[in-house]
Each structure stands twice: as structure tokens, then as C-alpha cells.
Design a protein around this ligand. Structure first.
Ligand code: SF4
Length: 314
């Protein structure tokens, strides 16, 4: 499809957008507005830098990506009727991915500065903070645990049953709620003969309440996209490093609440727009720096905020 330039980014909503909005309005501004068109050769310096910083991963998000890729490969393998690999094999696949990101971050700084979308870079290398021994030990442990959690998940036994159909796997898609495109990327959706729908969300981190809210949105997505009855949809939160799984069912009332929460969040975001039809934001100053400054040294956009943060404490 041909590239069509737009002066402002297209409007949409997602769960991660809501999380960024809640964490820091300035981060939200840089991520969803300032970075737009920052890929162009003649982009203003702030847009170019916001776009570059937006591409940074961190060691935890890199682990999440590695685990999701491994899961995707297992879905493909199981769908073709092949046997599951040993946990050690999956662990090595995750480690290979992590080593590649690590190597790129250490060696490819110049390339990243020129082509940030194409070159992997961890913020721990970009900002020179490094990764502490304690974090490395935690990541190493999670790699081993997540690989074992993946291979031993009961999802594969379900998937291998005759007639089961994989409906989507890591696929970007949207539904529309009151005119707003809402992005949802369930890790895996499959349909079981007899009319059951299973939505799987792989987690390589801790168990937090927000995860339930996120899978409730996926259930709404499955209902809207595929016309499934809410009673026929089961969501599974697979906590891989804990090797536990939580099954969740929702009611029509729950999904109504999800929709209402999305609309409330949309309304809050739109209050910071100068023109809601064109998605033109208010001036940057209206997007306040967070009060929770302890998160700033770990934020991708620290380079853009550094001077302002220093001024605000002096
Ligand atoms: S560095 Fe702090 S104030 Fe700036 S965008 Fe990040 S979290 Fe917000």
C-alpha cells in the first residue's frame, strides 16, 4: 500500500495507550503525537528524537517479545501436528533472541541513530545505565521458567484436538466503539468444535489486576469481531514464569463495563485535543510531566525531558 502522509496521527484507542496516559501525560504526548512523522528526513529535531526514543525496548519488554515469538512458533508447530519441543530447546530460542538484541544494543548505536525502526536497541544501553546483576539474574530465571511454562501449558493439548481452529495469533486488529478504532492484539484465539472460544494471553511478568481488564477487552473483541456469545468465550491468563494459569469468564454486564471504561478513557484523552476531528493535540505544555519522578530515569523519553526536569527541581 502506498504511503500517505498525514499531518497528524490517526485517532485510535488501545489498552497500552490508556496505560501510557495514566503513567505520564508528557510521555503520552511524545509517544502518540510528537513522534508522528519523526521518521521523515526533514523532521523537526523534537519529532525525530521522539520517534527514535519511542523505538527503544528495555530488557523486560525484550523478554516479553522473545517469549511471545517462541509461543507463536509453538502455535504454528502444534497446528501442523508436530510434537512439542523440549523446554531446553524453547529456552535456547528465547536466549538466542535476547543475545541478538543485546549484541545489537552494544554494537549498533550509530546504525540505531540513523535507522531507529530497523535496529534493535535497549534503553539500558542507549542511556548507558547498564543492567544490574540482580536484574540479569531475574531475567535469566524468567527465561528458564517461561520456557518451561510455555512447553507445559495445557493450551497445546486443547489445540491438538481434532477440529480445533486457530482464529488469530498475534494479529493486530481493531473493533470500533462509538466511532473510535480500538486496537486489540490477543496473543491467541482458537475455536473448539461445539462452539467454545478460547482467548490466551501469555504473561512473562507478575500477576497484576490490570491483566484481567486487558483480557476482558479481548473477550469484547472476540464477541464483536466473530459474533461469539459471551458465555462461549473463556479467557486464559497464562503466567509462564509462575507456571500458573487463570481461567476467566465474563458476562454481558462485564463487557458493558469494559465499553464504558473505554469511552471514559477516550473522553479523558480527547480533552487534551485542540481539534478532536483531526486529532490535533493541545500544546505540549498542557501535557504535564509526571509527579511520580522516580519513573523518569527509566522512561524512554528521559532525554527529551531532562532539562525541564532539572529546571523544575531547582
Ligand atoms: S521522563 Fe518522566 S516526565 Fe518525561 S515523559 Fe518520561 S515519565 Fe514523563
Amino acid at each position: 500500500m502506498a504511503y500517505v502522509r498525514t499531518e497528524y496521527p490517526p485517532w485510535s484507542w488501545s489498552f497500552s495507550r490508556k496505560q501510557v496516559f495514566a503513567s505520564c501525560l508528557r510521555r503520552y504526548y511524545y509517544n502518540y503525537y510528537a513522534a508522528h512523522n519523526g521518521w521523515e528526513d526533514n523532521a523537526p529535531p523534537e519529532a525525530a528524537l521522539a520517534y527514535r526514543l519511542k523505538q527503544l525496548a528495555n530488557i523486560y519488554t525484550a523478554l516479553g517479545d522473545a517469549v511471545h515469538r517462541a509461543a507463536e512458533n509453538l502455535v504454528a508447530r502444534t497446528s501442523r501436528g508436530r510434537a512439542l519441543p523440549a523446554a531446553e530447546e524453547v529456552e535456547e530460542e528465547i536466549r538466542r533472541y535476547m543475545r541478538r538484541i543485546w549484541k545489537s544494543s552494544r554494537e549498533n548505536r550509530e546504525q540505531f541513530l540513523m535507522r531507529p525502526k530497523r535496529v534493535d536497541m535497549l534503553r539500558e544501553f542507549y542511556y548507558g545505565t547498564g543492567v544490574s546483576e540482580a536484574v540479569l539474574a531475574r531475567i535469566n530465571q524468567r527465561i528458564t521458567q517461561s520456557a518451561a511454562g510455555l512447553v507445559h501449558s495445557s493450551v497445546w493439548a486443547h489445540l491438538a484436538r481434532p477440529g480445533v481452529q486457530v482464529v488469530s495469533c498475534e494479529q493486530f486488529d481493531t473493533i470500533t466503539i462509538d466511532g473510535t478504532p480500538v486496537f486489540a492484539v490477543p496473543d491467541l484465539v482458537f475455536w473448539v468444535p461445539g462452539g467454545q472460544w478460547i482467548v490466551v494471553d501469555w504473561k512473562s511478568g507478575e500477576e497484576v489486576e490490570e491483566n484481567r481488564e486487558q483480557v476482558a477487552l479481548y473477550v469484547l473483541f472476540v464477541r464483536e469481531k466473530y459474533g461469539a456469545d459471551v458465555e462461549s468465550i473463556t479467557a486464559r491468563l497464562e503466567y509462564l514464569n509462575l507456571q500458573t494459569s487463570t481461567e476467566l469468564r465474563f458476562t454481558e454486564q462485564d463487557l458493558l463495563t469494559v465499553e464504558q471504561n473505554v469511552l471514559a478513557s477516550v473522553e479523558e484523552m480527547k480533552r487534551l485535543l485542540k481539534d478532536p476531528d483531526l486529532n490535533i493535540p493541545q500544546p505540549k505544555e498542557r501535557f504535564a510531566l509526571t509527579e511520580a519522578r522516580e519513573q523518569c530515569p527509566w522512561c524512554n523519553f528521559f532525554e527529551l525531558c531532562r532539562a525541564e526536569l532539572e529546571q523544575s527541581v531547582s
